[in-house]
Design a binder for this molecule. Structure first.
Ligand code: GLN
Length: 313
């Protein structure tokens, strides 16, 4: 355990070298929320083993919105509420090779490619059941609480409000999808449910616990509570592993080889099945919308510990 902790410390210094300046190619997302720009230097790295052991280094108390990482858990609830067949009818499981906010659909033109890009995640949010938008968002929050093991996890109202008034692209995407019969019902409600999940804030250790829950068959190793029915685990993790890093997913699978999901607030959740979950946070983003230091540290971690799922040990 100490050895891993030492390695984590070392990884932090390696991957944040030149502190005070952004790494080459690094830029910070300016809209979710704008104050992230001032937080570009923050860096947190945490791991949770399936036996409940945890490691952490750096800014592990800092909370940040899940943003796109929430798509993994929203998809899980969509599967739970609608079953695999109906969910597959509405959203595919193919990597798109497109950026997260792309306006493209699968070849038959009747489904978004996958639930890890915005179009597919909006359909997944559309599939989440509940009498009101607040109830549907509340159900997602509850599920995310199970994944983190933190019963006081919250939706950051400021982050949500900000997104609700600056979301033309997602709004446009919803209208287009409804006109094509891919999405049904009230668009403001769907957008609210999707963005509420994006606005749930976590710490890097909580993110690692979410990853560990997926690594542990859907059962949170810290609480022993089930967060995802086991029949949907395979679908959620396989889609995430193919599509979780947007249009850098192929490069990531090749270079890092850890199933993972990123978000525009600089978080990356990694899942090593039956082993452990990783949570990384650093807001400087590359052109794909992935955390620069997050990608760097995962690359380094994968090679030092031989974590690539397909590498010969
Ligand atoms: N809330 C963001 C959006 O919908 C999430 C995007 C992301 O993290 N890539 O645009």
């Amino acid at each position: 355990r100490e050895l891993v902790q030492q390695q984590f410390e070392d990884l932090r210094s390696t991957c944040t070298a030149g502190s005070g300046i952004l790494l080459p190619g690094e830029e910070v997302v300016s809209y979710y929320p704008p104050e992230m720009e001032a937080r570009a230097e923050e860096f947190g790295l945490a791991g949770t083993n399936v036996d409940g052991t945890q490691w952490q280094v750096g800014d592990c108390d800092v909370r940040f919105p899940l943003h796109s990482i929430s798509k993994v858990f929203t998809y899980g609830v969509a599967l739970e509420d609608n079953g695999l067949t109906e969910t597959l009818r509405r959203v595919g499981v193919e990597p798109s090779g497109d950026p997260f906010n792309s306006i493209t659909f699968d070849q038959a033109g009747n489904r978004p490619f996958n639930p890890m890009i915005n179009a597919g995640a909006l359909v997944a949010a559309n599939l989440v059941q509940g009498a009101t938008k607040e109830e549907r968002a509340g159900r997602l929050l509850e599920r995310n609480r199970l994944f983190t093991g933190n019963p006081s996890l919250e939706i950051d109202q400021d982050v949500l409000d900000e997104q609700l008034v600056s979301n033309d692209r997602n709004l446009g995407l919803c209208y287009l999808m409804r006109s094509l019969g891919m999405l049904h019902g009230d668009i403001d409600d769907t957008l609210y449910v999707y963005l509420a999940a994006c606005s749930i804030t976590v710490t890097a250790p909580e993110l690692s616990a979410m990853g560990a829950t997926l690594a542990h068959g859907g059962v949170n190793p810290l609480t022993g509570e089930r967060a995802l029915p086991s029949e949907h685990l395979r679908t959620v993790v396989s889609v995430m592993s193919m599509c979780g890093m947007y249009d850098a997913a192929g490069e990531w699978a090749h270079d890092v080889g850890i199933p993972a999901k990123s978000g525009v607030s600089g978080g990356i959740m990694g899942v090593l099945p039956r082993w452990f979950g990783l949570g990384v946070y650093s807001p400087g983003l590359d052109r794909h919308g992935n955390s620069v230091r997050g990608v760097a540290v995962c690359r380094e971690l994968s090679s030092r510990f031989g974590l690539h799922v397909f590498a010969d040990p």
